[in-house]
Design a protein around this ligand. Sequence first.
Ligand code: ADP
Ligand code: MG
Length: 493
Amino acid sequence: MTIVDTRTPNPKYFIKGATGDWEMVLGLEVHAQVTSESKLFSGSSTEFGQPPNNNVSFVDAAMPGMLPVINEECVRQAVRTGLGLKAQINKRSIFDRKNYFYPDLPQGYQISQFQDPIVGEGKIYLDMGEEGEVEIGVERLHLEQDAGKSIHDQHPNMSFVDLNRSGVALMEIVSKPDLRCSDEAKAYINKLRTILRYLGTCDGNMEQGSMRADINVSVRRPGGEFGTRCEIKNVNSVRFAGQAIEFEARRQIDILEDGGEIDQETRLFDPKTGETRSMRSKEEAHDYRYFPCPDLLPLEFDDAFIEELAKDLPELPDEKRARFINDFGLTAYDASVLVADRESATYYEAVANGRDGKLAANWVINELFGRLNKEDVAVVDSPVSAKQLGGIVDLISKGDISGKIAKDLFEIVWTEGGDPAAIVEERGMKQVTDTGAIEKIVDEIIAGNPDQVAKAQDNPKLVGWFVGQVMKASQGKANPQAVNEILKAKLGL
Ligand code: ADP
Ligand code: MG
């Protein structure tokens, strides 16, 4: 592949070395398990967590004479994903045998796609906050079989093999080397996962191994020639990806600054030490001896097949984000947070529809998400429904309750449930906007604190003390704006 550098070096991402600045270059190969009932070339179930070797057909166990049959749903999922990545869909693609020996790969080869993948170039946009939006190129997406699992910790001198995962469909999604710092790499994994989840083509559960990343890392002088890369295999969390990249870039810089050279090698990240270590060098790299799989015809479909899938795609995160910014007046950042998963976006929309979108975003992001995170509750299990939170937002908008009381109300709804408007009514939480009542409290406080009055008249900033007193006396129910105005008038400020 010819590599084009699409990025302008960003000094914020430079790494200081003893001999000057360095820049990372990163490219990711993400393996995403396809969401499908059955495997890529057999009818066995893909269900996770089954007893070992429960989901294994003769095809998955590679019995002689068994023939693979392509699962059309997996093809649909790959095309959907390609469409979601705004990628070139290849109407003709080829399955190849990638030959290697692994105890958990009974065929002795993996059926994959090499020269002619089902999906070609696409792109993923990252919202990098202050650094703005970054476009990352996708090189290709191809379909391949997953391997089984060897189990080494069940017997003192035997290994076992579980072939449940053998033959499950994977999409390998390869980025261009367009990423320039660990935050971008983390954002890339998160964004790709979001897109896959919106599409329903991969569940994105990295802890269960249904999504994992091989991370290619090299360093260079800012904007200079690309350096030799190392590939860190099978990273299974976003946090580990960040740690592995930081460690690896530093390791390479230290070697280069000592006058050494980088060996192109495959490395493993150890979460216990936060370090990467060599797994195999390029010299030992496999010669995969790829060749077209004689058991499978080229995969071909027509435009109608693609169009039918395109028609049924859900609204994707980028489009949803643009719509939220446009319809609800949100900042790009808030919109990104809200569309990060579909459930959050749906919740937000239910709160924001027909209301002040910004106020709704504040409440959803700060109060609700803050609380859900703290208690480790998913948005779909939120004790405060979108309808209830909408009710709270309405009470604020109407001026019935202050922001402070709204937080108390949120707490009540979270723990006890109920209709917010009814709670406010029953418990007398309504904001006092009746100026007569506020004036009465103000008068009492002014009369009782002549010293403070004198001080405030010298230094108008001290009005804050009076506001505090009035709020306290009204149990937080006085309308703060009215309180301010009345105080200023009465104190002559
Ligand atoms: P291979 O098939 O040997 O893994 P590829 O050319 O397909 O090689 O690249 C694999 C990954 O490595 C891609 O994600 C690509 O973006 C990335 N990559 C290529 N060159 C570099 C480099 N110099 N530094 C970092 N990543 C790179
Ligand atoms: Mg590779």
